[in-house]
Design a protein around this ligand. Structure first.
Ligand SMILES: [Cu+2]
Length: 188
């Protein structure tokens, strides 16, 4: 049990580090290109300044754009840190309605909620509400339950199954890029 929790945590952390890395690269590129643009502007200005006389107006523009880029970059880094340190995976514990554990999962740039907790031996109904037009999310798979279901856009598609054993099961898009987890808790 402990091993499972650690494993899930490591997986989660791994995902986050990957996304954080991408975000960092994005910010770096933004800062670098911003700096390059600012420098370019300054060079242009300096050559223009030798020809013209109005100095003060011209020097202010590259400075302000530099400040803007730096502030934007720092803001993004702050948001990234906040997200990395404080945001938590959203999980949902289902309660049965008329004997079926039901949840609606919004499919829009991923799955929300992406972590679902159910009880063993009780029917589960996942209502996938697909709002994302990208073909990436047009199919959902639950390999452990031998389910592969296409999801029409702007519609809710129900998938039903009954987990016979406790454990953690993945559901993914057709290309295994987006993932969610169904945690099946043992009886009692
Ligand atoms: Cu995909």
């Amino acid at each position: 049990m402990k091993a499972i929790i650690i494993d899930a945590f490591a997986q989660r952390l791994c995902q986050r580090i990957a996304i954080a890395t991408i975000a960092t690269v994005g910010v770096s590129i933004g800062l670098t290109s911003g700096g390059a643009i600012a420098q370019n502007l300054r060079e242009q200005q300096q050559s223009a300044m030798t020809a013209q006389t109005s100095e003060f107006q011209r020097i202010e523009q590259p400075l302000s754009s530099k400040i803007l880029v730096t502030t934007g970059g720092l803001g993004l880094i702050g948001m990234e840190l906040w997200w990395f340190l404080f945001s938590k995976p959203k999980s949902r514990k289902l309660t049965a309605q008329a004997g079926i554990q039901t949840v609606t999962i919004t499919v829009d740039g991923g799955y929300e909620p992406s972590y679902i907790v159910v009880n063993v031996g009780q029917p589960v109904r996942l209502n996938f509400d697909r709002k994302d037009p990208s073909s990436c999310l047009e199919e959902v798979r639950l390999p452990d339950f031998r389910i592969a279901q296409s999801l029409p856009l702007d519609r809710t598609t129900a998938i039903e199954f009954t987990p016979a054993k406790s454990g953690k099961y993945q559901f993914t898009c057709g290309m295994n890029m987006f993932r969610g987890t169904i945690e099946v808790q043992p009886a009692g």
